[in-house]
Ligand binder design. Sequence first.
Ligand code: FMN
Length: 362
Amino acid sequence: MMKSFFIGNREIRLPIIQGGMGVGVSLSGLASAVANEGGVGVISCAGLGLLYRETSGNYVKNSIRGLKEELRKAHEKTAGVIGVNIMVALSNFADMVRTAISEKADIIFAGAGLPLDLPSYLTQGSKTLLSPIVSSARAAKIICEKWFANYNYLPDAIVVEGPKAGGHLGFKKEQIEDENYSLEHLIPEVVAVAEQYSDRKSIPVIAAGGISTGEDISRFMEIGASGVQLGSLFVPTYECDASPVFKQVYIDASPHDTMIIQSPVGMPGRALDGDFIHSVELGKEKPKGCAFHCIKTCDYTKSPYCIIKALYHAAKGNMNKGYVFAGANAYLTEKISTVKEVIVKLKEEFSVAQQKVIARRG
Ligand SMILES: Cc1cc2nc3c(=O)[nH]c(=O)nc-3n(C[C@H](O)[C@H](O)[C@H](O)COP(=O)(O)O)c2cc1C
C-alpha cells in the first residue's frame, strides 16, 4: 500500500500530486477527481484569463475571476486537498497568489522561476501551504535560505521536476539527456537539502517527470521521495479538462513524436510533434500583436508564436492552431480511463514492486 504523508499539517492519504497543467488541461474537473481519490488535485492558473474571456473585464481581471470560479467548483466537488499551480514566469503571478490565498486554496505550487517572495503573500490566519517546484538541489537550497532569512518560513514541500517532465523544463537543452541531471540523481540531492532543515521543519520531497507506473513510484520512494507528481498520465482521463481531441493526441503518440521545443517563456519545453510546430519552424505563426502580456519575459515582436493562444487552442482541440505539452512517457498512454482506474492500476503496480523490494532485502 502507498503510505500517506504530511504536507505541513495536512495528511495526504494518497501520495500522488496531480501536476498543474495549463492552459485549461487541469482545472476543477481533473483536480477534484484526483482529490477525491485522496491525492492532491491541482488547478493550473496559466491562461485562465483567456479561458474566462467571455465575461467582461480584461485578461488580468478575468484570470482572477477564473481562479475564484475554478476553486469554487473544485471545492463543491470534493472535500479533498486542492492546490493551485502558479508559474513565476506569469505576469499576473502576484495576483494569482493573492487570489489563491484569499480563496483558501490548500496549497500553492510555484515553479518556472524561483518563487523567492512567495511567503510574503501569506496573510494573518491563512492556511495555504507553499511548495516550490525546482529542478536542482541548488535552487532548493537558495529558496530555503531566502525564505528562512526573509520570512522565517520554510517550504511545506518541495517538488523536484526532472528532465522527463512535460511542459517547461528547468534545464538547459544539453542537460536534458545528461544522466547527471536525471530525476534519480536529483531526488537524493534535494532530500539532503531538506534534511539540513529537519530540526526546524519536516519538508517532504516530491518527485516529478516521466513517472508512469507504480514501479516508478516505488523506485523514487526508495530513494527518499515522500510522494510523486504526475501530469501526463492524467491527461487521457474522462475528468481531464482538455478537449477529447487533445487526449487523443496522447493516445496516438509514438516515442518519436516527443520533442524538445524552445518556448517563448525562455525555457525548453517537451511537447508532441504536430503541424503547428512545423508552421512555427517555417516562421508562419509570428504574432501581430499581444492583447494579454501573460509572460513576464515574452516580447511578442521577437516571439515566433503566441504560446498562450497556442496552448489554449490545443486544449480546445484546435490542433491547427496549437500543440500539446507532454512528458517523455506520455506516448505510453493507450486509452481514455477514469482517474480512479489510473490510480487503481498504479496502486496494484506499486504493491507488486514493493513485494519485489521486500524479497530483494530478504
Ligand atoms: C500538458 C501539460 C501542461 C503543463 N502545464 C504546467 C503548468 O502550467 N505549470 C507547471 O508548473 N507545470 C506544468 N506542467 C508540468 C506538470 O505539472 C508536471 O510536473 C509534469 O508534467 C510531470 O511530468 P509527467 O507529465 O511526465 O508526469 C505541464 C505538463 C503538461 C504535460
